[in-house]
Write a protein that binds this ligand. Structure first.
Ligand SMILES: [Zn+2]
Ligand SMILES: [Zn+2]
Length: 234
């Protein structure tokens, strides 16, 4: 049996296996700490590289770091915080309007985001596929309801505005739901109307048959008659 080897042999160097486990492309893991609450804090940074000023292209000078804390998707059931030690640069070109800048990577997180991009994707998948509530997602991420909702709301609005999901729909199902039984003043409208794609597609298992994969296309406030009429107009 081979001798067990340490995962991170040389202090101060990067470890391919830790990078693979954390899986944030473009960033290297420099440390992992497990807190008393079992949550993990993972420190990451980009590898040193020559950086050109985004405004003028002149090679910029390194100017320290700033630490950005991001809530990441859970790992093995534990909340994870990523601490990204972002590099900061100054542009040496005196005529350049950009005096200094901080590294950004939208694959990891949008500027000023509280959640990583993949934590947002994870949260939306939890809602779509696992019927998770915002409260449940917040608990798993170790954060608050407001933080989760503010992070995913723009992405959900973007998805709702994307009309490509209506492409190829030939059969539409309309379904009314009574959403709650308490005062509409306290919780908003009681009735919602769902529009469902009931288009038949060829059955991959038997080519001479067709199947329906029901797909929710939209939810509209109100009962089906007025809601459906309003949708057709818009
Ligand atoms: Zn390692
Ligand atoms: Zn510049």
């Amino acid at each position: 049996m081979p001798e067990p080897t340490s995962c991170c042999p040389a202090l101060g160097s990067y470890c391919d296996r830790c990078d693979l486990l954390v899986g944030l492309d473009g960033l290297r893991v420099t440390g992992v700490v497990r807190g008393e609450d079992d949550a993990l804090t993972v420190a990451v940074e980009s590898e040193p590289a020559v950086m050109g000023c985004p405004s003028c292209g002149v090679v910029a000078h390194g100017h320290g770091r700033i630490e950005v804390r991001l809530i990441d998707a859970p790992s093995a059931g534990r909340p994870v915080t990523v601490v990204w030690r972002k590099r900061r640069w100054v542009c040496p070109e005196s005529s350049c309007p950009r005096v200094s800048f901080v590294e950004q990577d939208e694959r990891v997180a949008r500027p000023r985001a509280l959640l990583t991009a993949r934590a947002c994707r994870w949260a939306i998948e939890q809602i779509r596929r696992e019927y998770a509530s915002i409260h449940g997602i917040a608990r798993q991420l170790g954060t608050t309801w407001d933080t989760v909702w503010c992070s995913i709301r723009p992405l959900l609005e973007q998805a709702a505005a994307d009309e490509s999901r209506f492409d190829g729909v030939t059969t539409l199902g309309v379904d009314e739901h009574v959403w709650h039984h308490v005062s509409p003043v306290r919780r908003g409208p009681k009735e919602l109307t769902g529009m469902v794609d009931l288009t038949r597609h060829p059955d991959p298992k038997s080519p001479d048959k067709t199947v329906v994969k029901a797909r929710l296309l939209d939810l509209v406030v109100g009962r089906s008659g007025p809601a459906y009429a309003a949708c057709q107009k818009s």
